[in-house]
Design a binder for this molecule. Structure first.
Ligand code: G
Ligand code: MN
Length: 410
């Protein structure tokens, strides 16, 4: 009778043929190793390395893969331990069958406890296809993991079916962007725009980004314009055996990384972002609104008067928030200038912008004068009226700021 695969795998664990390899993830800004993914490899006595694709699927089919996952997890813990103060976060892949294990977190806690490892150094990777098939259970599982102090990554993002909606629901902190986004070598406009939108999405949700499968200089160049956090791919390193990884971490040698020219190689989102960045240097708050659709979105608010306004919502409600922050004396002027109705009327009259200076309270309760400038744009095809608003605290004479004109719409 043919020996069961699982028995062969167990003896491979005992003989040391089954091993964890480590693929470094490079910090995209500094070119140093910032983390790694642990990956199982079966190294035969003659040196041949069997990739997991050759044996994992069969184990998966029989529901026997969790044994391998725990083996890799333990190896990762040993590695973190051995690296000591040179340790980086090592992530381990866990299949969805663990979501059904009521004692999963307890087991993981026990494993890390045994090696005395900080939870911050141990990452849990779950794949998108797993999440999609067993959504509710996996969402709860991830919630519990996060509550227990573990950092969860969503693996292979973009290769599955309903990516955006479940990333929205899952409280993971890291998004691993699938290598399929790179298969045009970042040479087509559509490919670049798609990748940029993925980063934009990740940034909006404040997720840490890791791009997988970066192999070429062209891909690296473009990814560097997308404000990616970590890069995992053959361009820097293949998965390496334990000793090699220990050496790499101990040496801490940075890889060469050209700082990108932000205007080269970029699709629209990126260029707009560069422009916005320069505007932000002057204005700490920029708001985009669609007046016709009663919607707004705050692009950034930083060290400013008040952080309590939701970053997106209906314009009318957002405006109520702004009024709530402003002094009693200014209420009437605010209403006259910035109610949606009056803004639309101003646009119809042919005004190009509306500027007001109002008094608001800062975090310490001091009264600050804040200039709000609104500019109108009509969408060429939908005819919706959009508006960009800039706000900044004023520390100079408001007459200088708004020029000779009165503080009415100009
Ligand atoms: O999806 P997951 O993160 O588990 O995939 C990891 C696998 O991807 C590993 O088996 C690794 O060998 C492989 N891999 C990592 N980087 C690259 C790369 O740059 N190119 C290709 N083709 N495969 C890669
Ligand atoms: Mn993975």
């Amino acid at each position: 009778m043919k020996e069961q695969l699982i028995n062969k795998v167990v003896s491979a664990m005992e003989t040391g043929e089954l091993q964890a390899y480590y693929q470094p993830q490079y910090n995209a800004k500094r070119g140093v190793i910032g983390g790694a993914e642990a990956l199982v490899r079966w190294v035969k006595p003659d040196g041949e390395v069997i990739p997991p694709a050759k044996f994992i699927p069969e184990l998966e089919e029989k529901g026997q893969v969790s044994l391998v996952d725990w083996f890799v997890a333990e190896e990762a813990c040993k590695m973190i331990n051995e690296l000591g103060d040179k340790a980086v976060r090592i992530s381990v892949n866990f299949g969805r069958e663990h979501a059904r294990d009521k004692h999963f977190i307890e087991k993981l806690d026990r494993l890390l406890g045994h090696f005395g490892i900080d939870k911050e150094l141990f990452g849990v990777e779950i794949t998108e296809s797993d999440v999609a098939t067993d959504k509710r259970r996996v969402i709860n599982w991830v919630k519990e993991l996060e509550a227990a102090g573990y950092m969860v990554s969503i693996d292979d993002f973009g290769s599955g079916m309903s990516s955006l909606s479940f990333v929205k629901d899952i409280p993971a902190q890291v998004l691993k962007i699938d290598r399929s986004f790179l298969n045009d070598n970042c040479q087509t406009e559509r490919g670049r725009m798609t990748l940029e939108s993925v980063f934009y999405f990740a940034h909006r949700l404040k997720l840490t980004t890791v791009v997988e499968g970066v192999e070429t200089e062209e891909q690296l160049q473009f990814i560097n314009t997308c404000d990616c956090d970590y890069i995992q791919g053959f361009i820097f390193s293949k998965p390496v055996a334990k000793d090699e990884f220990l050496k790499m971490c101990r040496e801490e040698a940075p890889v060469e990384m050209d700082l990108p020219n932000p205007f080269e190689n970029q699709a629209m989102f990126g260029q707009v972002r560069v422009l916005i960045e320069s505007v932000y240097k002057k204005f700490p708050v920029i708001v985009f609104s669609n007046l016709s659709k009663n919607a707004y979105q705050i692009m950034r608010k930083e060290n400013f008067i008040e952080m309590s306004i939701p970053s997106t919502g209906s314009y009318d409600k957002g405006f109520e928030h702004v009024k709530g922050l402003s002094s009693e004396e200014d209420q009437e002027a605010l209403e006259e200038a910035f109610s949606r109705e009056n803004l639309l009327a101003a646009y119809k009259r042919g005004d190009r912008r509306v500027i007001r200076i109002v008094r608001q309270r800062d975090k310490e309760g001091n009264s600050v004068r804040v200039a709000i400038e609104d500019y109108f744009i009509e969408h060429p095809s939908s005819n919706d009226i959009y508006m960009v608003s800039f706000a900044q605290p004023l520390n100079f004479d408001e007459k200088v700021y708004i020029g000779k004109a009165t503080a009415r719409s100009i």
